[in-house]
Design a protein around this ligand. Structure first.
Ligand code: ADP
Ligand code: MG
Length: 325
């Protein structure tokens, strides 16, 4: 099977131009996007490398899902509506069963978000996937409605969607660093391999949240990015944080907290909002069927303070993930 046969068979599907915003899909030198009048394009790329982001033997359908999910999560964090995506793929060989399962996982999620594949590149080489997503954000009175990292202000409540730490738990178990019963591994592994991008919540938070980002490298590290961009500090309620781990596995409180704070691969939204927006945040959560939890508060003093249920400050010894550290 040649390169063009492979693209035609697994990635070219009829109907991309039936989507509003897509004027031309796969097949020419460029795809053509037509964002709606009064909108900006939101663009984000994420690369997944074998051995670094996934194991060589990972289920290909899960990999197809995750490659797109991590990109849609970036759109969600900006409050952008997905328009389309491109896929650059380097493959060691054209394994038909692998490609069919990969495409199935990829397109099931793409269809759920009405987000067509409009182009890409295919070469032979070590397994490596790079997706670029394009989304739309309205501009109102000359101002972008995108949710940014820089908008948090002292006094804002800090919120997080969904559960945190279970993906990290699965990773540690799969790497043999932690013993985990099969039923608990299965549930946690689902979170690692099939994260749910919070696209609907991100859209519902436009005009409600003051700042937002998606959690890919762990709560503390990613929160640090928000605080730096916003020029403020924060307090985290450790009892609330520890409660975010979903697993039913018997783990002590310190371990639960470490998994939630250090985390990684969660793909949940971390966002801030003024307390006056509490009801609007809860309405956005309910309307989109997403759990949200208050985990702390933005403060004027720089730095991050971990505070227990009794109000005592705890030492911060939790590292987050950094590829180059
Ligand atoms: P070019 O050589 O002009 O870059 P290619 O021959 O690589 O174009 O690709 C032909 C068409 O197939 C282009 O429209 C390109 O966007 C699309 N394409 C290539 N690889 C993929 C892929 N993995 N997924 C989706 N579309 C792809
Ligand atoms: Mg090419």
């Amino acid at each position: 099977m040649g390169e063009f046969e492979l693209i035609r068979r697994y990635f070219q599907r009829p109907g991309a131009t039936a989507h509003a915003g897509v004027a031309l899909g796969i097949g020419d030198d460029c795809a053509l996007l037509q964002p709606a009048p009064g909108t900006q394009l939101a663009i984000s790329s994420d690369m997944l490398v074998e051995g670094r982001h996934f194991f060589a033997d990972v289920d290909p359908a899960s990999l197809g899902h995750k490659a797109l999910a991590v990109n849609l999560s970036d759109l969600a964090a900006c409050g952008a509506r997905p328009l389309a995506f491109t896929l650059a793929l380097s493959l060691p060989q054209a394994d038909e069963a692998w490609l069919a399962a990969f495409a199935r996982g990829l397109f099931t999620l793409a269809d759920a978000h009405d987000c067509p594949l409009i182009g890409g590149d295919t070469t032979r080489g070590p397994l490596n996937l790079c997706i670029t997503v394009f989304g739309e954000v309205p501009v109102v009175d000359g101002r972008s409605r995108a949710l940014l990292r820089s908008g948090a202000r002292a006094g804002d409540t800090l919120w997080v969607s969904g559960n945190l730490g279970d993906a990290r738990l699965a990773l540690e178990a799969l790497q043999g660093q932690r013993a985990l019963a099969p039923e608990h591994l299965q549930a946690a592994r689902q979170r690692l391999e099939q994260p749910t991008p919070r696209v609907a919540l991100g859209l519902a938070l436009r005009g409600v949240a003051s700042a937002a980002l998606d959690l890919s490298d762990g709560l503390l590290g990613d929160l640090g990015h928000m605080l730096q961009a916003s020029g403020c500090g924060a307090r985290i309620d450790t009892a609330q944080a520890a409660s975010l781990l979903a697993t039913a596995a018997p783990l002590d409180e310190a371990t639960r907290l470490a998994l939630v704070l250090g985390g990684g691969d969660d793909y949940e939204l971390l966002f801030s909002a003024p307390p006056a927006q509490d009801a609007a945040v809860l309405a956005a959560a309910q309307q989109t069927g997403t759990r949200v939890t208050r985990i702390g508060q933005i403060e004027a003093a720089p730095g991050l303070r971990l505070v227990d249920a009794q109000g005592h400050e705890q030492p911060n010894a939790y590292a987050s993930f950094d590829h180059f550290r």
